[in-house]
Write a protein that binds this ligand. Structure first.
Ligand code: PMV
Length: 285
């Protein structure tokens, strides 16, 4: 049995979403496939399932969520169950929470549902499902986005999400300024969504730049991310880190993707063009 799930880009709101603020992501046309067959014991790639790297595969864009979701899908099929998106999205969130120590459900819901996903503090049009943990509850919505040309720049520097998320929590717990910065990210996420939906890419880009600056102030930047963002911006509406930060990837919103990709490569990053992906978790023949 096999299932596949897409990777994702967080367009606005990473880190703030862990505190319940709004965030916006899109599934992208890079997918993970997981194959499963019956066996007397649980194994991964033919070897032990206990190796840390199988807690989820931690590299690339939302690949941890895509691997988790596709694996849950393949196992559900193996056990003769239907692919039930809300159930898989909740199970996958629990996995991420367990591995990272703290998480929001944005990655796992995007990998499950595909398309544009908006996380909000309350229910609105397009509600897919809600996911709760401790005192927090997230309302996950599908959300129509115009076709976007996005260039991703990968720094090649790996950084684990868990410690970065914990670092932001520490700052927010001790500094009212950091807590306000998290709230500002929530506000500019909703403004950014409105700008994208009215196709005001210049305004959306400005808000992405601002979101990036706040993420730096929250301590999740990296010099290599700055280098790639600086290389992309002269030919872009805006550019920001995406996901946990501390290395990892950035993206640019642009109408000159080839030029941006070249600049990112010249600055030492890996660059690739991505488009939004409508399809979430799916069964493979
Ligand atoms: O870099 P990623 O794909 O692990 O994205 C993390 C997104 C955070 O907002 C930082 C954490 C989360 O669980 O939402």
């Amino acid at each position: 049995m096999a299932a596949s799930a897409p990777g994702k880009l967080i367009l606005f709101g990473e880190h703030a979403v862990v505190f319940g603020e709004p965030a916006l992501s899109t599934a992208i046309n890079l997918r993970t496939e997981v194959f499963a067959r019956p066996h007397t014991e649980w194994r991964a790639d033919g070897g032990s399932f206990d190796e840390p790297r199988y807690r989820y595969v931690k590299e690339g864009l939302g690949s941890s969520a895509a691997v988790t979701v596709a694996a849950l899908g393949a196992v559900a099929e193996l056990e003769g169950r239907d692919l039930n998106p809300p159930v898989i999205a909740r199970q996958a969130f629990e996995v991420e929470h367990e591995v990272q120590g703290r998480a929001s459900p944005i990655d796992t819901t995007t990998a499950t549902a595909g398309g544009g996903i908006l996380v909000r503090k309350e229910a609105a049009n397009g509600l897919l499902w809600t996911i709760g943990r401790d005192t927090r509850r997230w309302f996950l919505h599908e959300c129509a986005l115009p076709p976007l040309t996005l260039v991703v720049g990968n720094t090649g520097i790996g950084a684990a999400t868990g410690p970065l998320v914990a670092g932001v929590k520490e700052r927010v717990d001790r500094s009212p300024e950091a807590a306000e910065q998290v709230r500002e990210i929530g506000r500019l996420t909703l403004d950014g969504l409105a700008a994208l939906q009215r196709k005001d890419l210049e305004e959306a880009g400005r808000l992405m730049d601002r979101n990036h600056a706040i993420l730096n102030e929250l301590g999740v930047g990296h010099p290599m991310l700055e280098k790639l963002v600086a290389a992309a911006r002269p030919h872009s509406f805006g550019a920001k880190l995406t996901g946990a930060g501390g290395g990892g990837s950035m993206f640019a919103l642009t109408d000159r993707p080839e030029k941006v990709a070249r600049s990112i490569r010249e600055a030492g990053g890996k660059a690739f063009l991505v488009t939004s992906e409508a399809q979430g978790l799916r069964r493979l023949p």
